[in-house]
Ligand binder design. Structure first.
Ligand code: SF4
Ligand code: FE
Length: 483
């Protein structure tokens, strides 16, 4: 059965040999570095769950018939997408961070569908090639990172109009057996924890941008590929080695800048080469699939935040106050609304010509637009209930200090029987999710990940049937037409 255990995954990551820098230093082992370790552990949890909760975390490959990790599955029907959303919520509940593997899953699903469409129009052979790549991923249970966002330079200019042509990743030259590419991809979720990089264009392209219409996959350790790890607020707390003060003791998300400095891509790993009319369609499909995923993962993190907030209210003796109950109800309402739109976009999924199933794009965009807002309101309510101590609480060293520890413990105690350290752990978790490393994923990524809010507004406007709604309104008030 092609499933790696959590330990096998971590070993594969240690042996990968990819070129990663964190704060100016080359890192040899991602799982063993204190800054990057929690990110690797979050990805590793997707392996652990496949072993321990196979009903939800595994699926049957439509290519090989084997049991595979659901994160490597091509969605066959709406039920598959519903299971995905539920699985992502479960992962969010277990990790309270971005566990990274879904971006690759959504990219694989999107490239699968679009390569079929490209072949139908251009008589190319990308789809079969991609299926081979997919079998390779599924049979080894390895992770492909979705690499989409380019650095983009001056955004008022198209790729070919940039002073520095590398601001969008592009083909530099065709060589025997493949092509050379150059450029960079930004904000690559889980890039350093992935075995392969699945690269796609970042925007719709025109004929003059043909060299930028390239999709391919290369191993993470390929010559010319360099990862530069992104900083996160409070990330150096992980170096303090004082576990109770960290907030989230086990897990964290991670993003990286990935540079492709004249990287050779062999022909059998190229899935689009110059077919520029399909670049925008690939971006839209990936965005829609990934926007629905956010209605799983962010909702799971929301569950943790709601739980921590309810617990801290109890510790502080405010849990029976009517306004606190009301605020918790509001947090739950917002969180479940996010999940509801994700499930709706999954339930209304449609078959693509390739045979795979894609989400309902309108509802996926509605889901994601809500996600750009509701986690902020949920966080505001959590901070309201938690109180100012969230940001004024002394450190664990102070609590344990022989001279002053007694003061801190005495004045940081709430409900009888609950220690000041227990209170501190809950407050640090709320702090982590709403202000610390967890907020990277729960808040800022909720705005910009899978596309910024304006991208969703554009799609909603394009996809909504306003003409149909207008004709309903006109007929009800006795009008045939307006003009
Ligand atoms: Fe997965 Fe959510 Fe992270 Fe995207 S933001 S990779 S959907 S956990
Ligand atoms: Fe994301």
């Amino acid at each position: 059965m092609p499933l790696m255990s959590k330990e096998e995954y971590l070993t594969s990551l240690r042996q990968l040999g990819h070129r990663v820098f964190i704060q100016g230093r080359r890192v040899e082992s991602i799982p063993d570095n204190p800054i990057s370790g929690p990110g690797a552990m979050a990805m590793a949890e997707t392996y652990y769950q496949a072993e321990h909760a196979p009903d939800l975390f595994t699926a049957r490959s439509h290519l090989t018939g084997e049991t595979i990790n659901r994160f490597a599955h091509i969605q066959q029907n709406p039920e598959d997408i519903i299971k995905k959303v539920i699985m992502l919520r479960e992962m969010g509940r277990r990790t309270a961070c971005c566990f990274q593997r879904c971006a690759g899953m959504d990219a694989v699903n999107s490239v699968y569908a679009i390569t079929y469409d490209i072949d139908a129009q251009y008589d190319t052979k990308y789809h079969e090639r991609f299926k081979d790549f997919l079998k390779y991923i599924q049979n080894r249970d390895i992770v492909p990172a979705a690499c989409m966002t380019d650095s983009k330079g001056d955004r008022s200019l198209p790729p070919s109009g940039q002073a520095d042509k590398d601001q969008y990743l592009h083909m530099v030259e065709e060589v025997k057996g493949g092509v050379i590419v150059r450029g960079a991809k930004l904000h690559i979720t889980g890039g350093v924890n992935s075995h392969e990089l699945l690269v796609m264009p970042t925007r719709a392209l025109r004929a003059e941008d043909q060299d930028y219409a390239i999709a391919f996959a290369v191993p993470a350790e390929t010559k010319g590929v360099t990862f530069v790890y992104g900083r996160q607020p409070s990330d150096t707390r992980r170096l303090e080695n004082r576990r109770p003060d960290v907030g989230n003791l086990y897990f964290g998300g991670c993003e990286a800048l990935v540079v492709f400095d004249d990287v050779f891509v062999p022909e059998d790993r190229i899935f689009m080469k110059g077919e520029y009319p399909f670049a925008g369609r690939l971006v839209e499909l990936f965005a829609a699939n990934h926007r629905t995923s956010y209605g799983g993962c962010k909702v799971g993190v929301g569950d943790v935040l709601i739980g921590a907030t309810a617990a801290i209210a109890e510790v502080q003796g405010t849990d029976q106050a009517s306004h606190v109950k009301d605020k918790l109800a509001e947090m739950i309402h917002l969180n479940e609304t996010l999940h509801g739109t994700a499930l709706a976009s999954a339930a209304r999924g449609r078959r693509t010509p390739s045979g795979s199933c894609a989400v309902d794009q309108l509802l996926a965009n509605v889901c994601k637009l809500n996600i750009t807002r509701f986690p902020f309101e949920i966080s505001r309510l959590a901070q309201d209930i938690a109180g100012g101590l969230l940001v004024t609480l002394p450190s664990i060293e102070d609590q344990e200090h022989p001279e002053i520890g007694g003061y801190v413990k005495k004045y940081m105690t709430g409900k009888a029987g609950v220690s000041s350290e227990q209170r501190m752990r809950l407050l640090r978790l709320i702090e982590n999710i709403t202000l610390g490393t967890g907020a990277v994923s729960y808040l800022t990524e909720s705005i910009h990940g899978a596309g910024s809010p304006q991208a969703q507004k554009i799609m909603i406007t394009r996809l909504a049937d306003v003409a149909g709604a207008k004709s309903c309104a006109l007929s009800l008030c006795g009008l045939q037409t307006l003009v």
